[in-house]
Design a protein around this ligand. Structure first.
Ligand code: GTP
Ligand code: MG
Length: 344
């Protein structure tokens, strides 16, 4: 039955796709089996992460990009994943101001999916990756992933992308520095959206200075981004030869969208030519396995070891009756013995 569903998905049936996405998101047996099968058919889609502060116009941009990408490459389908951990409702329906992307619904080669839950596969990043795999196997050539740039989990989400777009707006003031400190490093393309507002050019200049400073710093440290990437395969970084372009857009008026699309396609070509497409792909798979393994081990541990035992050992260490090391050794030994017993 599942394989009939998957065949239907492969043939482009949207209902089948929707059902498989739900199965995967809910972590059902059927969903996990589907992923096992579908993963083998992935590896062609360009995953594009769009992150930035709340209300900066990410959805509007994604909306415009989806349209432009469809026009440029009509043979490719476009998937949109809106990662919204704060709201259980589609596209944050609680906020009336938000763009709901309804005007994309007439194009049957565009598929929009919201994702609010962490799901069975671990964190948001793993969940996003799982949905991406389904879209990739279903023949979607572009996968746009929108996430609010707020914390580490969002950074993890965009780390899975081939191309990361960081969106900002004019006049965010001095705090721009702190917002951008971590997030600039993951940007392949920087966008100053709402460029119809005053201060857009200053924001561009500011961002350019910061990008150049960051680039200089990475060279002064004797490290190129590429080396960072190889050293720490879990972290996606921009390449040694890719300097992130900084673009102005007015997403709601479709201004600057062509240039942004150019940058996205150029970045993909750059990744392929430099071998980084492959490297990123391999690194993402490694990271995915590691994260799931850690989550799985932790879950096994929590099943094997009573929480009272953990609490009691913590308490003893807090009283300095035993060392933290010893507490951990006792717990790991207990876990090991217990899992041996249960598997016998
Ligand atoms: N003036 C102006 N308004 C814009 C522009 N782009 C988007 N907006 C408006 O900004 C508001 C927020 O846009 P969204 O696309 O929902 O922003 P978002 O970043 O997706 O918001 P969250 O998902 O809630 O973080 C909407 O009212 C948009 O119409 C722009 O370029 N200029
Ligand atoms: Mg949005």
């Amino acid at each position: 039955m599942t394989s009939a569903l998957l065949d239907s998905l492969r043939k482009g049936n949207r209902l089948a796709l929707s059902r498989v996405l739900s199965q995967v998101e809910n972590g059902t047996e059927a969903g996990l089996t589907a992923l096992d099968e579908l993963f083998l058919e992935t590896g062609t889609a360009q995953k594009i992460g769009i992150t930035g502060p709340p209300g900066s116009g990410k959805s509007t941009l994604v909306n415009a990009l989806a349209r432009e990408l469809r026009q440029r490459q009509p043979d490719k389908k476009v998937a949109i994943i809106a990662v919204d951990p704060s709201s259980p409702f589609t596209g944050g329906a609680l906020l009336g101001d938000r763009v709901r992307m309804l005007d994309l619904q007439d194009d049957k080669q565009i598929f929009i999916r919201s994702m609010a839950s962490r799901g069975a596969l671990g964190g948001l990043a793993e969940q996003t990756e799982a949905l991406s795999q389904v879209f990739d196997a279903a023949g979607y050539g572009f996968i746009l992933i929108e996430t609010v740039g707020a914390g580490q989990s969002e950074v993890d989400v965009v780390n899975l992308a081939h191309t990361t777009i960081v969106v900002d707006t004019p006049g965010t003031g001095d705090d721009i520095q702190s917002i951008k400190a971590g997030i600039l490093e993951i940007a392949d393309i920087l966008v100053v959206n709402k460029a119809d507002r005053p201060g857009a050019d200053q924001s561009v200049t500011h961002l350019r200075n910061m990008v150049e400073m960051g680039y200089a710093r990475s060279i002064n440290n004797g490290k190129h981004h590429l080396e960072d990437f190889q050293e720490n395969s879990e972290h996606k970084t921009t390449s040694a030869h890719w300097v992130p372009p900084i673009l102005k857009t007015v997403a709601c008026e479709f201004t600057g969208i062509q240039e942004l699309t150019d940058a996205i396609l150029t970045h993909a070509a750059h990744l392929r030519q430099s071998g980084q497409w492959h490297a990123k792909d391999q690194a993402a798979i490694r990271a995915n396995i590691r994260h799931q393994l850690i989550a799985g081990l932790l879950s096994d541990f929590n099943q094997n070891v009573p929480v009272e035992m953990i609490d009691s050992l913590i308490e003893q260490a807090q009283k300095r009756a035993i060392s933290p090391n010893e507490a951990v050794r006792v717990l790991l030994t207990y876990n090991r013995n217990n899992s041996l017993e249960s598997s016998e």
